[in-house]
Design a protein around this ligand. Structure first.
Ligand SMILES: [Zn+2]
Length: 81
């Protein structure tokens, strides 16, 4: 079961994974690499990682470059020969 929560570190949308078979709850944020793994039985924090907020904004993910250049035209010319 995955629950959407607010990251306690940066405030972005983070994911909380309920790992019932491990009796663990894992909270992770892709925005700032925040990680918290907690045991639901004992309430103990097993693993935690809370990085500082990035000082410079991350470059947005570039869309994959399209490769529709003049390839089809070249093939069309070649077929006429
Ligand atoms: Zn975060």
């Amino acid at each position: 079961m995955i629950e959407s929560i607010r990251c306690p570190n940066c405030g972005s949308i983070a994911e909380r994974h309920h790992l019932s078979y491990l009796a663990q709850v894992k909270t992770q944020c892709e925005e700032c690499d925040y990680l918290l793994v907690m045991c639901t039985r004992s309430g103990h924090v097993l693993e935690s990682y809370a990085p500082g907020l990035p000082s410079e904004p991350r470059s947005p993910i570039k869309p994959t470059a399209s490769r529709f250049l003049s390839r089809t035209r070249d093939i069309a010319i070649a077929s006429k020969i």
